[in-house]
Design a protein around this ligand. Structure first.
Ligand code: ADP
Ligand code: MG
Length: 400
């Protein structure tokens, strides 16, 4: 993909840059004064290279982000003030947060900006025109800037005013995070080192089915676990009792297994699972072979032999993509599977791409440093759609 990036921008000193970032960060519970703070500033840190690059060029920086799902209404708990405070402390520079998006006050503020100033607009999703990509509104928004820079890979799969629409009215460029995401994901999509092994876990198949299909014939191994693995096990005739599985997707899983056979991609199912009566922190567990499931047992994690087998396959690979925890890692008795996979990838010298919000949380909860992996994608849904081979609406206008 030939991207136009901010490195292609010339003579931008004093220019107004509309920068779309994904600062959709978790917030703390409100304190006694009703103040909330950013609970995890990873997403803000990830945009710092772009922000610092632009500030070094002495631009007027106008930052746009969404936070949560206010659904087109003003929701006080989702105002961007805590995010602006967090950015301010990371940059050690004032960040002026304004309570509006497009209004005379905003235009006046922008007019008064000096080169090097930073202004943050209010949560862009407070306006319903954002998600509708309303043309009139987008045009009005675009008049706040001379150039549109999109660094929000996490929302690149959405056709919204601030993720795609702005590019219709002012020149659009990719930020450095956007560029890095596209480069890393394109490499595994177009030219991966083989053997290529993909591990799919997590609760549901729906959002991942497209990626699984896209890699049939491209990947050497597809390892399935978690709820997805249970669905495939059900499709191959195992009765997993009350375990989470999508019974309406069993036929689809069978088709996928047949396609894998035809296109020489090995699909590997778990052969043992960690079972328990309920999913609690102090429940008793048993490591059970998939053949030995009886009654209403429930599987909540990948079994230890399967985790070891998965790890051996990871170590023998050149490239690994991992999306979705292989068990309910949020509960202590069921985190070993995901921990084994995470540590195995971290220790091996494969090229590794990690995607999915919960997968990233799992890695964090195991205290594995982020730099043990080649690339941790910041966009859950966006990275899945990218790996499906789709052209994302937020990326299209950034191409040369
Ligand atoms: P990601 O956000 O990384 O894409 P998903 O959202 O698809 O991952 O799935 C994550 C969830 O799947 C986790 O909350 C985890 O508890 C759940 N999960 C994994 N394995 C199982 C299982 N065997 N039974 C029930 N839930 C599971
Ligand atoms: Mg998730």
């Amino acid at each position: 993909m030939n991207l136009k990036t901010i490195k292609d921008l010339e003579d931008i000193q004093g220019k107004r840059i509309l920068l779309r970032v994904d600062f959709n960060t978790p917030l703390t519970e409100p304190d006694e004064n009703g103040y909330r703070e950013v609970a995890d500033d990873t997403r803000i840190r990830e945009a710092l290279p772009t922000i610092n690059y632009l500030l070094e060029k002495e631009v007027k920086l106008i930052i746009i982000s969404h936070l949560g799902r206010p659904k087109g209404k003003v929701v006080d708990e989702l105002r961007l003030d805590p995010v602006a405070r967090a950015l301010e402390s990371l940059l050690e520079k004032p960040v002026k947060k304004i309570d509006a998006i497009t209004s005379d006050t905003v235009h006046k503020e922008v007019e008064e900006m000096k080169a090097g100033d930073i202004l943050m607009l209010e949560n862009i999703r407070f306006r319903e025109e954002e998600e509708n990509c309303d043309m009139q509104y987008t045009k009005e928004l675009s008049t706040l800037g001379d150039v549109f820079v999109n660094d929000a890979f996490g929302t690149a799969h959405r056709k919204h005013a601030s993720t795609a629409g702005l590019a219709e009215y002012i020149p659009a460029y990719a930020g450095l995070l956007m560029e890095k995401e596209i480069e890393e994901l394109s490499k595994v999509l177009d030219n991966p080192g083989h053997p290529l092994t993909i591990i799919f876990g997590g609760a549901k198949m729906d959002s991942k089915i497209g990626v699984i299909k896209n890699f049939i014939g491209k990947a050497d191994h597809i390892l399935v676990a978690g709820g997805i693995g249970n669905t495939f096990l059900t499709a191959s005739g195992h009765n997993l009792g009350e375990s989470l599985a999508q019974h309406d997707m069993v036929e689809l899983a069978q088709e996928i297994m047949m396609d894998c056979q035809e296109y020489k991609t090995k699909i590997i199912l778990p052969h043992d699972l960690v079972a328990a009566d309920d999913c609690t922190d102090d429940t008793e567990t048993a490591n059970v072979g998939v053949e030995d499931f009886v009654g209403d047992m429930k599987a909540f994690d990948l079994g230890k032999w399967s985790a070891e087998k998965f790890c051996n396959m990871i170590v023998d690979s050149k490239t690994v993509i991992w999306n979705g925890p292989v068990g309910v890692f949020e509960k202590k008795p069921f985190q070993e599977g995901s921990r084994t996979i995470a540590e195995c990838i971290a220790k091996s010298d494969v090229t590794s791409i990690i995607g999915g919000g919960d997968t990233i949380n799992a890695i964090k909860s195991f205290n594995i440093p982020a730099d043990s992996f080649t690339h941790i994608s910041t966009g859950g849904g966006a990275s899945l759609e990218f790996l499906e081979g789709k052209m994302l609406p937020g990326i299209k206008p950034l191409l040369d």
